[in-house]
Design a protein around this ligand. Structure first.
Ligand SMILES: Cc1ncc(COP(=O)(O)O)c(C=O)c1O
Length: 373
């Protein structure tokens, strides 16, 4: 049994991660599934996915060392972060990493110099609808730049894999992948004209999970993606999918506690939890992700509340525009569970903001071992 006295803490269920992996495999038959380690870089999660046959998208030397330290083969890793230093590429290459993503000629030259002979994917910015947590313009070249850049990759002695796009995290519009694949198909045509066969198309992550708002399921998304790939890509092109949230989001629950409840001078009821923006709930920024919340008084009448975290920072407010209904009887000391909080929580928690420790993570082998509060 997990000792609840150390609230807050995240409980992760690797069995659920493995089940999500199988569901995605069934929705996208034949696709290579490359888990985005950043979502939940927890050893038991990585090992469960390695056992299931996953590849791994790593964003930094730290994530590379984490995977290799667990015995994951370097051939299974792809350095997917397009923002990296020469020394980081050289370090990755020295550790056996042979796959890289890039989106500029500059990064490509660095890869050619420090990871000679590597396989490269060129990330472009797709013209897709915004997701719940969008990347904005931070990553990706223009679609028209991909073929010239991958031609340059070949001329630099690298192995061009193909185009790569990411439709933004928690993307709830299936059309986003259709649009991205149509663009990737056009790029494949340009590459063919340049004498470069497309080995794979990386359709990124972004697969959503239901939070307070519903989201399309994996089967529906898989059908859209499979149909679009068949329509737009050359026959035999491998699909790579790079999920984080869809594999680990529903595999975790964040257990926390009410610190205080008050009616503020603004007349609103404020509920303060012992977990907040800086201890794991970073994705509540701009109220992008609205988690489902369970309390031990859920049978009681509910009214609106502003939900805030425990630090002295004015930004540490989870929801004040989104309408959150909580039991009127809620009071200090009550236990609260933030549901579907397995992704982008523990990995986002600060090391010591206001002196609060990083989020504790408990991993449980089987659902039945966990007795819910
Ligand atoms: C390069 C890359 N790949 C994959 C992912 C995973 O995205 P998601 O968790 O939305 O599936 C991310 C998330 O930020 C990413 O940056």
């Amino acid at each position: 049994m997990i000792d609840g006295s150390t609230s807050p803490y995240l409980v992760l269920y690797p069995d659920r991660v493995a089940a999500a992996y199988r569901a995605l495999g069934a929705a996208l038959p034949g696709a290579r599934i490359r888990y985005a380690v950043k979502a939940t870089p927890v050893p038991e999660v990585l090992l469960a996915l390695a056992a299931a046959g996953a590849e791994f998208d790593v964003a930094s030397p730290g994530e590379i060392e984490l995977c290799l330290g667990l015995g994951i083969a370097p051939e299974l890793l792809c350095y997917g972060n397009t923002v990296k230093k020469a020394a980081q590429i050289a370090g990755a290459h020295a550790r056996g990493v042979r796959r890289y993503a890039f989106d500029t000629a500059d990064d490509l030259r660095r890869i050619a110099r420090h990871a000679p002979g590597a396989e490269v994917e060129c990330r472009f910015l797709p013209a897709t609808p915004p997701s719940r947590t969008p990347f904005g313009g931070k990553f990706g070249c223009a679609p028209g730049e991909v073929a010239p850049l991958l031609t340059m990759a070949r001329d630099l002695g690298l192995v061009p894999a193909g185009p790569y796009f990411h439709v933004g995290s928690q993307q709830t519009d299936p059309a986003a992948w259709r649009i991205g694949l149509e663009q990737a198909g056009r790029i494949a045509g340009e590459l063919a004209a340049a004498g470069i066969p497309v080995r794979s198309v990386n359709i990124g992550g972004g697969l959503p999970i239901p939070y307070a708002e519903p989201a399309p399921g994996l089967a529906e998304l898989g059908a859209v993606i499979t149909a679009a790939a068949r329509e737009h890509l050359p026959p035999g092109t491998a699909l790579v999918v790079e999920p984080g949230r869809a594999l680990t989001g529903a595999a975790g629950e964040l257990h926390c506690e009410v610190v205080a409840v008050r009616i503020a001078p603004d007349g609103r009821r404020w509920v303060y939890l012992d977990v907040g923006r800086y201890s794991g709930l970073a994705e509540t920024e701009n109220e992008y992700i609205v988690y489902r919340i369970a309390t031990e008084r859920d049978g009681d009448p509910r009214t609106e509340a502003v939900l805030a975290g425990p630090t002295c920072d004015g930004d540490d407010v989870l929801y004040q525009c989104t309408r959150i209904l909580l039991p009127v009887t809620l009071r200090a000391g009550d236990r609260v569970r933030i549901l579907d909080a397995g992704a982008y929580t523990a990995s986002y928690a600060s090391v010591s903001f206001n002196g609060f420790p990083p989020l504790t993570v408990h991993v449980t082998g089987a659902e039945r071992e966990w007795v819910q509060s």
